[in-house]
Every structure is written in structure tokens, then in C-alpha cells.
Design a protein around this ligand. Structure first.
Ligand SMILES: O=P(O)(O)OC[C@H]1O[C@H](OP(=O)(O)OP(=O)(O)O)[C@H](O)[C@@H]1O
Ligand SMILES: NC(=O)CC[C@H](N)C(=O)O
Ligand code: SF4
Ligand SMILES: [Mg+2]
Length: 458
């Protein structure tokens, strides 16, 4: 998953982009970049690491301009190397095109091979680069038509920002996998992955970029186009954005994430009403379902697992060794609260089992007498090909093991996963418009199970 932020028609655009990326840091921790246009020149700065590590005041001072796009990356195709930092920029015919992509394409490698046969030279190993090649190849038909041609060719998840000459462009795949919001600010416009990036700056939210929409913003203002006039697509908003990925203060797909997570917790109580001394979350993303469970059950909530604020998300870190150390560093139990108690521990998800295996053991060692572990989503059994780096099926603990086997492995008293129905009822009227593929194995578009993240590198 990644975060994208773009701004048009505002002085010090790069500074605002920096703040926007800061608010979107939870969507990608591997690298960050900003590209800006000042009416004459395009300037860029990017690097590996967090937004705060890549940028400083001095760097931002040199990024003057009134149109800017930025990106925080969590790699899904192409490893974490400098060449793969986004926004990705190309120069051609005295012009510059920069792209910031959130999502993942399922047919990028096939397109890349065809383009390479035609003589195209690639600079990165990301799926996102094929989009740039296709747009440039079709540019003689005009920018909008070039994007339409490209959207007809690529398949998968894409919420995209482009900076091209004096124009900011946003477009989104017709399935609507990833969020993308549009707002107004200081006489200019802002587009971001999540509305939490709007709040920080004081942007007025206008609407979401529609699935299949192309929005062009230039000196004449915003103009919207539809890429697909006849074709029908089943809306497939990523339900995992609600469960884990997005920030609880954001509105995505027109819904507040916090409230949905609370619904998930309430539904957990309906399905699995337990009694215990208290409910406790694995922070951060377990917090809101735990509040929902506590409110529905009347049981008190305790924050018996303390989170170190100087460590980010562990699941999205690329190596298992680092994830294991990070989980320990991140969550530490409060022994005096746990000793002799029967506890209901709630987390949003169990992916590889790194957090649960490691931290439930620490709760036991702290002296808890009984542990019930509840998850606010169904078992994750299938990989994601649409922008979340869910490992291959083999790495997903629920792919090969039954709930009872996992319970035994975790050495706890109860293990319960929310049902698909419990998940769907929590998202209310979006129930027919969400992707559930990582739970059900029913992919909204055809996928290739032989896909590998390093497909262009091996
Ligand atoms: O089974 P695992 O492989 O451990 O993955 C699942 C865990 O990873 C995520 O937390 P993360 O630390 O990434 O972020 P959070 O602070 O938002 O909960 C998620 O919330 C689970 O706690
Ligand atoms: N998670 C994402 O949205 C990643 C975008 C793109 N596929 C990349 O790997 O850079
Ligand atoms: S497979 Fe899962 S993580 Fe991927 S888009 Fe669908 S719901 Fe989201
Ligand atoms: Mg977590």
C-alpha cells in the first residue's frame, strides 16, 4: 500500500505535500518523494526512509512551486531500492511526466515484456512504470485520450496522480480498489489517498475521485472524464482498508474508518459473547474493535499492552527478522494489570502470526490466567494482488491451518475470527461493493498465482 498526495494552484505546494505525506506515513514507510513544478522547471527530491528522514527545511526551501505530487511507498512490485522510489519521473521531448501510484497491477509484467520487445527501456522494476510508458506512447492523441488508452490496457488497482507540464491529473481504476479523495484549499485543489491528510492542512473535502474517473486540473480548473463508457465493472473497494490499513480518522469510500472498526468489534461480541475481567487491544489497529466489543459487552477496557510510539507498523516491514524484533519493541505488557486475570485480547488481523505468537506469550508470562484472542476479520487465507503485500499463501498462517490448529499453536484458551457476514454487516450499504478476495479466494479480476514481487528482478 502506498500513500499519494497532490496539490494544485497553491504557493509552497511542496511544503503542503510534505505535511500531507506525514499524515499518510502509515500507508508506506519504505521511501518518500516529492515532485514540484514552478511554472518553468520541475524539481524533485526523494529517498529511502520515512518522510521525516528524507526531508528537512533546507530541502523543502529548494522545492518552490505551485503544483506538486508526493508519495510514500510500501512496495508490492519491485524491491525497496532507490530506483524504485516514487514519484517516478521521466523526461522526454523537453517535457517531464511524474507519477505517484497506489495499488498494484496484475498484468504489468506482461505489458512490460511486450514494451521491452518493442525497444522500451525500463529504469525501475515497479509495475507503476508501465503506466508511464503507455501514457507517453499514446500522448499524440492528447493527454486524456492517452490516459484512457492506458486505463483500457492495465488491470488491477490504481489510484494515481500525475504531474505533467502545468497540469495535475488524478485517475482511479474502475473497480475502485484504493481510496482517493478530492478537496479544495486556498483557491487551489488537493487530492490524497485519505482525508486525514486534508484535516492536517485544512482542506475542504469535496468528493471522492470516482472509480474509472480521470480528473484533470489546470488553469481552467478541474475537468472530469470517464474512461469507460460501455463496460461494466463490479465495485471492489478493499475491505482491508477498513480493517487495518487506513487511519481511523479518515473517511474512505464515503465512510468513517473508526466507526466501521467499532462496528466490527460490536459484531465480534454478537458472534462470540465472552465473559472475562476485561477487554484489551493490541494497539494500534486493534483499539477500535476492542472499544466496540467493550461497549457492546459492558466489560471494561484496559490498555494492558503499551505501544512504543517511535516504531511504525510491523506488518508492512519487508523482512521477517525485522518484523519479529519490531513486534517486541513495539508492544510491551503491563504486568500488574494482567497478573491473575482472564482477558479478551482483540486485534484487527492475524497475517503471518508474528504479533500474536510473540505477544500473547508475553501476556501469559505476565501472569494472565486465561487468554481469549478475538480477531475483527475472518481468517486471511489468500494473497492480495491489488496493493497489499500479503505474503504468498504459504506464509499466511490461516491458509494451511484450521482455527483450532492455530489456537493450539498460539497456546491460548479461545481463538475466534469474525465471520464474513459479521464483516459485511459492519460495512453496511457497501456490503456488495467490497473486495473480499483475501478471505474467500474469489478475486474480482483474474489474477496470476505465479506473481512474485520481484518478478522483474529475477
Ligand atoms: O500476524 P502478523 O503478521 O503479526 O500481522 C498482523 C499484525 O500486523 C498489524 O499490526 P501493525 O504493527 O502492522 O500496525 P498497527 O500499529 O496499525 O496495528 C495488524 O494490526 C496485526 O497486529
Ligand atoms: N502498495 C502500493 O500501492 C505500491 C505501489 C506500486 N505497486 C509499488 O510497488 O511501488
Ligand atoms: S484481496 Fe484483500 S487486501 Fe487485497 S484488495 Fe481485496 S480485500 Fe483488499
Ligand atoms: Mg497491529
Amino acid at each position: 500500500m502506498c500513500g499519494v498526495f497532490g496539490i494544485y494552484g497553491v504557493e509552497e505546494a511542496a511544503n503542503y505535500t510534505y505535511f500531507g505525506l506525514y499524515a499518510l506515513q502509515h500507508r508506506g514507510q519504505e521511501s518518500a518523494g516529492i515532485v514540484v513544478y514552478d511554472g518553468k522547471k520541475v524539481k524533485e527530491w526523494k529517498g529511502l526512509g520515512l518522510v521525516s528522514e528524507v526531508f528537512n527545511e533546507e530541502i523543502l526551501k529548494n522545492l518552490s512551486g505551485y503544483i506538486s505530487i508526493g508519495h510514500v511507498r510500501y512496495s508490492t512490485t519491485g524491491s525497496t531500492i532507490l530506483q524504485n522510489v516514487q514519484p517516478f519521473c521521466v523526461n522526454f521531448a523537453k517535457k517531464t511526466l511524474a507519477i505517484a501510484h497506489n495499488g498494484n497491477l496484475v498484468n504489468a509484467y506482461q505489458i512490460r515484456c511486450e514494451l521491452e520487445e518493442d525497444g522500451h527501456i525500463f529504469q525501475t522494476t515497479m509495475d507503476s512504470e508501465v503506466i508511464v510508458h503507455l501514457i507517453v506512447k499514446n500522448l499524440k492523441k492528447g493527454l486524456v485520450n492517452a490516459i484512457i488508452e492506458t486505463m483500457k490496457r492495465i488491470r488491477g488497482a490504481y489510484s494515481i496522480l500525475l504531474l505533467y507540464e502545468d497540469t495535475l491529473v488524478a485517475f482511479r481504476d474502475p473497480w475502485g480498489f484504493r481510496p482517493l479523495s478530492f478537496g479544495m484549499f486556498n483557491g487551489g485543489y488537493v487530492i490524497a489517498s485519505e482525508t486525514c491528510a486534508f484535516d492536517l492542512i485544512g482542506v475542504q473535502y469535496l468528493r471522492d475521485i470516482e472509480p474509472g474517473e480521470i480528473l484533470i486540473i489546470d488553469k481552467e480548473g478541474p475537468k472530469s472524464y470517464k474512461a469507460f463508457k460501455k463496460e461494466k465493472f463490479n465495485l471492489s473497494h478493499c475491505v482491508f482498508e477498513f480493517i487495518y490499513f487506513a487511519r481511523p480518522d479518515s473517511y474512505i469510500f464515503n465512510k468513517n474508518v473508526y466507526l466501521i472498526r467499532k462496528n466490527l468489534g460490536k459484531n465480534l461480541y454478537k458472534e462470540c459473547p465472552l465473559q472475562a475481567d476485561f477487554v484489551m487491544p493490541f494497539p494500534d489497529s486493534g483499539n477500535y474493535a476492542a472499544i466496540g466489543y467493550s461497549q457492546a459487552s459492558g466489560l471494561p477496557i484496559e490498555f494492558a499492552m503499551i505501544r512504543n510510539h517511535y516504531i511504525g507498523r510491523t506488518f508492512i516491514q519487508p523482512s521477517e527478522k525485522i518484523r519479529n524484533i519490531s513486534v517486541k519493541m513495539k508492544l510491551n505488557p503491563v504486568k500488574d494489570i494482567l497478573r491473575g486475570k482472564e482477558v479478551i485480547v482483540i486485534d484487527d488481523s492475524l497475517v503471518r502470526g508474528t504479533t500474536s505468537r510473540n505477544r500473547l506469550k508475553s501476556i501469559k508470562e505476565a501472569g494472565a490466567k486465561k487468554i481469549h484472542f478475538l480477531l475483527s476479520c475472518p481468517p486471511l487465507r489468500f494473497p492480495c494482488f491489488f496493493g497489499i503485500d500479503f505474503p504468498s499463501s504459504a506464509e499466511l498462517i490461516a491458509h494451511k491451518h484450521s482455527v483450532e490448529e492455530i489456537r493450539k499453536f498460539l497456546d491460548i484458551d479461545t481463538l475466534y475470527y469474525l465471520s464474513i457476514e459479521g464483516l459485511l454487516s459492519a460495512v453496511e450499504e457497501l456490503r456488495d461493493k467490497v473486495c473480499l478476495a483475501c478471505f474467500t479466494g474469489e478475486y474480482p479480476i483474474e489474477v496470476d498465482f505465479s506473481f512474485r514481487k520481484d518478478i522483474a528482478e529475477i
